[in-house]
Design a protein around this ligand. Structure first.
Ligand code: ADP
Ligand code: MG
Ligand code: MG
Length: 254
């Protein structure tokens, strides 16, 4: 079983007046088969954690370690991380001009599997996965993220998850901008992948809404660049009732 271990992670970004520390000592272990929800106020550094794990060049790791089964993730390139099985669904996915969804998925699958999937079985796999997400087959021929609605972007993320089968998936604000029907379809997609038992999920969200559909094993409260509290699903209920005030009081915000 794959294990992602984050230990005392410190990350800075380059701001106008010099580097600014955003992550201030994050400790977290995610195992395949587990679902961890990371919840917290806006600006607490949740997306910074996601980007840092994926290897976004804007974020500089200034301390701590991240390992996947003991392998140093921080020493890996973005591609190597993907190949090792770490997947990030972006909060604001970028447009990839001139590349169709179908080609993008096949290129990603090739990079991750180390060989190109057989065309015929691949086309079938994509079709079936799209049908499960109630996506129009014509979607496969559209350019990645070009004019995608919020819901289409999210479905595209989950489509990648179903097809690329990462060991550890980081889903950042997967629920933002979804109406209730789309939220249900997207959540069912995540749950299908979870049921395989072969994926560890880091579900990052500001709202408790998605946790009605995707039941986490662990809930962590993120505040001021670190995990302020960890618990079981009951912690999400407490946050729903009480909000984040207790965690941001006393100047705990960045
Ligand atoms: P969250 O996802 O919890 O809302 P973020 O990780 O997006 O929080 O942001 C945490 C803090 O880091 C915010 O104050 C944000 O303005 C700052 N920040 C994040 N990324 C950058 C960046 N690339 N450049 C400058 N500041 C950034
Ligand atoms: Mg934010
Ligand atoms: Mg964010």
């Amino acid at each position: 079983m794959a294990t992602l271990e984050i230990h005392d992670l410190h990350v800075s970004v380059e701001a106008e007046n010099g580097p600014r520390e955003i992550l201030r000592g994050v400790d977290l272990t995610v195992k395949q088969g587990e679902t961890h929800a990371i919840m917290g106020p806006n600006g607490s550094g949740k997306s910074t954690l996601a980007y840092s794990l994926a290897g976004h060049p804007k974020y500089t790791v200034t301390g701590g370690t991240v390992t996947l089964d003991g392998e140093d993730v921080l020493a890996m390139s973005v591609d190597e991380r993907a190949r090792a099985g770490v997947f990030l669904a972006m909060q604001y996915p970028v447009e990839v001009p001139g590349v169709s969804v179908s080609n993008f998925l096949r290129t990603s699958a090739t990079a991750i599997r180390g060989e190109a999937p057989k065309l015929r079985t691949w086309v079938k796999e994509v079709k079936e996965a799209m049908a499960r997400l109630q996506m129009d087959p014509a979607f496969a021929e559209r350019n990645v993220n070009e004019g995608f609605s919020g819901g289409e972007k999210k479905r595209h993320e989950i489509l990648q998850l179903e097809l690329l089968k990462p060991k550890i998936a980081i889903l950042d604000e997967t629920d933002s901008g979804l109406d209730v029907d789309a939220l249900r379809i997207v959540s069912e997609g995540v749950n299908r992948v979870r049921e395989s038992g072969e994926i560890g999920t880091l579900l990052i969200t500001h709202y408790t809404r998605i946790l009605r559909y995707i039941k986490p094993d662990y809930v962590h409260v993120f505040a001021a660049g670190r995990i302020a509290e960890s618990g079981g699903p009951e912690l999400a209920d407490k946050l729903e009732a009480e909000g984040y005030e207790a965690y941001v009081k006393g100047g705990a915000t960045l």
